[in-house]
Design a protein around this ligand. Structure first.
Ligand SMILES: [Zn+2]
Ligand SMILES: [Zn+2]
Ligand SMILES: [Zn+2]
Length: 260
């Protein structure tokens, strides 16, 4: 199984528009972070987690021509704002229409149907995105092309819930501030954990590095990568030296092979 970080930046991305900090002006490519998203591939299946405003650019960078599913973590625009661009995948083999399967928790499904109402209208205009929206029961596993996916439930803030996903040896969690009771058990025995860490300072709706590392220390995966990073994390080259052994910063374009 192979994981590609398509984006590792927080909601505004890095650089931030107008910011003159050293991170936003850095020439190091690892400091340039599109909105958080990842692609998971095995021999017969390709899954993308989240499709934010940079989805088009991210898909162009990968060069892929098809995806089997998009899993959404929650309804925030930095995770859903690019869904209109599934149209490219719909029409890649035109006149055959390839509908894209989207999986989302109940709260996110409501937001998607509202934000993309034209894609779910009874009389759609020709060329509207073709999405097959699957509302998942986040208390139960579901499958994509025979691969079992276990939802991991958490709180993002008082108002928002968030869903992470375990796919075999990999668990991917972003925009978590808290895991719901009993959910940590679902992470036992994983090889690789991807988890959000906004910055070193604390934040009201995202784990900081300390909170992410505390979770990593409880779960004890072989390796862990931090994502959804803000410019406050500092220069990539410097921030990596502040992390414990086995914990790394994700960066856009990083590809890792995961033992199955
Ligand atoms: Zn986010
Ligand atoms: Zn900055
Ligand atoms: Zn969010």
């Amino acid at each position: 199984m192979r994981l590609t970080f398509l984006g590792t930046g927080t909601s505004q991305g890095v650089p931030v528009i107008g910011c003159r900090c050293e991170v936003c002006q850095s020439a190091d490519k690892r400091d340039q972070r599109l909105r958080t998203s990842a692609m998971i591939e095995c021999e017969d299946c390709r899954i993308v987690i989240d499709a934010g405003p940079d989805f088009r650019q991210q898909m162009l960078r990968t060069g892929v021509r098809s995806i089997d599913a998009i899993l959404l973590t929650h309804e925030h625009k930095d995770h859903t704002g690019g869904l209109d661009d599934v149209r490219a995948f719909n029409f890649v083999d035109y006149p055959t229409i390839r509908v894209v399967d989207i999986f989302a928790n109940a709260q996110t499904a409501v937001a998607i149907k509202k934000d993309y109402d034209y894609a779910f209208a009874e009389n759609k205009y020709i060329g509207a995105p073709e999405m097959r929206l699957h509302e998942i029961d986040t208390t139960k596993p579901f499958t994509v092309k025979g691969h079992e996916i276990i939802p991991i439930n958490g709180r993002h803030s008082e108002r928002f819930f968030v869903t992470g996903y375990r796919i075999g040896p990999l668990a991917y969690m972003t925009d978590f501030k808290e895991l719901l009771d009993g959910e940590e058990e679902k992470l036992q025995g994983i090889d690789t954990l991807v988890v959000n860490a906004l910055r070193f300072k604390s934040h009201h709706s995202h784990f900081n590095v300390e909170e992410a590392v505390a979770l990593i220390n409880r779960i004890k995966p072989r390796v862990a990568y931090l994502t959804h990073l803000s410019h406050d994390i500092g220069l990539h080259a410097e921030a990596v030296n502040k992390l414990p052994e086995g914990v790394y910063l994700g960066y856009d374009g990083l590809t890792i092979d995961i033992r199955e």
